[in-house]
Design a protein around this ligand. Structure first.
Ligand code: HEM
Length: 451
């Protein structure tokens, strides 16, 4: 496929950092290569490529410098991901970012979560019904796709006040096709009907055409309860605001795309990796069930009980330490800087590897062990600042982090009390570092219903 084709469709190009990091893909755990590099060469590793310089950072003090102390010197990096996120808030900087974020902020205030609770539970019940059928048929399911369809349903119902009007499996496949093809040439070969086929840029372009239509399909679908202040209402009010001409219909579409991917893939990966870890640690799964029985009796959780599901929360937090969905935060230096004695030049791409600090023995005892108790409230004070950054830090940190934890706590508790999802893939599961930390080839499970 020609470069012109990519250009015409605004698709990512081979200059993207994700593309440049492709050689890491050949390892079973590409992160181990990065860890060896950091051990050998220290926390600041400049990599000179033909026409750009990448600086790999893996020390908490460096993260603090880029994300907090000198944050205005570093802008967001989204090359190759524009068709997925458009020009939504997650991608823009400065005054425009502030202006776009302000009208949406209130939707993520913890006080709103009680309003979302019944919609989150409804989406989980729907998933539970689907799993009942899988348990009966005994078929193998890929867990990230399972948890993504759940997360997308939650966003549609709770934040947009709409039923999910699209086929989530189809849409998930479309975005995956795009991110795989555009960022990692090595995984362009896909087995579809038993034959190896090349999935190319034309497929990626088609996938993004479908994706671009999803927000309008949601806007055109019936309103669920006409709640007064949903996130979607806030976005539409911003569009209607005559003092905010930048917030046009395309901005509405882009903001929705952002929530439908940034707000779902990460949440879904966390839950899927969590179920994988629990399948390897059945004692921990039983502790979640025991906590749920103690707090909720034999009923579904009520909103007031959620805060008491403390162990369940710790399991999710530990999952995000071992498998941070966003394994690296990337910024572009807007001007020169000095980090730990190393000169950073304007235009350098700074890659902060959160995975490395999450797995560093400098900050965690036995870092490769799955120990949810590390996150017990009484142990939180001892943690080194910036050593745990699943949601980033500073002003550009995740707007939906707290909500995602509620979503995953409710899903874990509800699904685990009824099912015993059994991981049937290779152990350990292999990692693929695309924009997110994905399981290579997915996570295959059989769903078993508890007696
Ligand atoms: C486990 C779940 C999640 C993880 C690990 C996660 C992680 C992150 C990270 C690391 C960033 C910062 C990216 C950067 O600085 O380059 C971010 C930003 C963002 N996230 Fe999340 N996220 C999660 C769930 C959600 C949810 C549920 C939503 C909304 C429904 C959401 C919406 C956003 C938005 C809009 C931003 C951009 C914020 C801004 O730039 O002002 N995320 N997320």
């Amino acid at each position: 496929m020609t470069a012109a084709y990519s250009h015409d469709h605004g698709l990512g190009d081979e200059q993207s950092i994700w593309f440049k990091l492709t050689p890491l893909m050949n390892e079973d755990n590409p992160m181990q290569l990065l860890m060896r590099l950091a051990d050998k060469y220290g926390g600041v590793i400049p990599i000179n490529l033909k026409n750009q310089r990448i600086i790999l950072l893996s020390d908490v003090e460096h993260f603090k410098r880029v994300l907090v102390e000198n944050a205005e010197n570093y802008t967001k990096y989204f090359d190759g991901m524009r068709p997925v996120f458009g020009n939504s808030m997650i991608t823009v900087d400065g005054a425009l970012w502030q202006k776009i974020r302000k009208p949406q902020q209130a939707a993520f205030h913890p006080q709103k979560f009680e309003e979302y609770f019944p919609f989150l539970m409804e989406a989980i019940r729907t998933k539970s019904k689907i799993w009942e059928d899988y348990a009966k048929s005994g078929e193998t399911v890929e867990m990230v796709e399972q948890t993504w369809t759940l997360a997308a349903d939650m966003v549609c119902k709770a934040l947009f006040d709409r039923k999910m009007p699209f086929n989530p499996h189809f849409v998930f496949g479309m975005v995956k096709t795009y991110t795989d093809v555009m960022n990692h040439k090595e995984i362009r070969l896909k087995k579809t009907t038993g034959e190896l086929e090349e999935v190319g840029e034309a497929d990626a372009a088609k996938a993004m055409e479908h994706w671009a239509k999803v927000p309008d399909s949601i806007l055109g679908s019936p309103i669920l309860e006409n709640r007064e202040k949903t996130l979607l209402r806030m976005i539409l009010d911003a569009e209607a605001d005559p003092d905010f001409p930048e917030f046009d219909h395309q901005q509405v579409v882009d903001e929705m795309k952002q929530y439908l991917w940034a707000g779902t893939e990460t949440t879904a990966l966390t839950l899927a990796w969590c179920l994988y870890l629990l399948s390897q640690n059945p004692g921990t799964a039983n502790k979640i069930r025991a906590e749920a029985n103690e707090v909720c009796g034999d009923k579904e959780p009520t909103w007031d009980q959620v805060a008491q599901l403390s162990y369940t929360r710790q399991v999710i937090q530990e999952t995000m330490r071992l498998y941070p969905p966003i394994w690296a935060l990337i910024r572009v230096a807007a001007g020169d800087d000095v980090i730990d004695g190393h000169e950073i030049h304007e235009g350098d791409k700074v890659v902060m590897c959160t995975y490395l600090v999450h797995h560093s023995p400098k900050y965690w005892t036995d870092p490769e062990e799955f120990r949810p108790e590390r996150f017990a409230p009484e142990r939180m004070k001892k943690r080194v600042k910036y050593s745990y950054l699943p949601f980033s830090a500073g002003r550009r940190s995740c707007i939906g982090g707290a909500l995602s934890q509620i979503e995953n706590m409710l899903a874990l508790v509800t699904l685990l009390r009824r099912f015993d999802p059994e991981y049937v893939g290779e152990v350990p599961a292999k990692i693929q570092s695309t924009v997110t930390l994905c399981p290579k080839g997915g996570l295959n499970f059989k769903i078993r219903e508890l007696g």
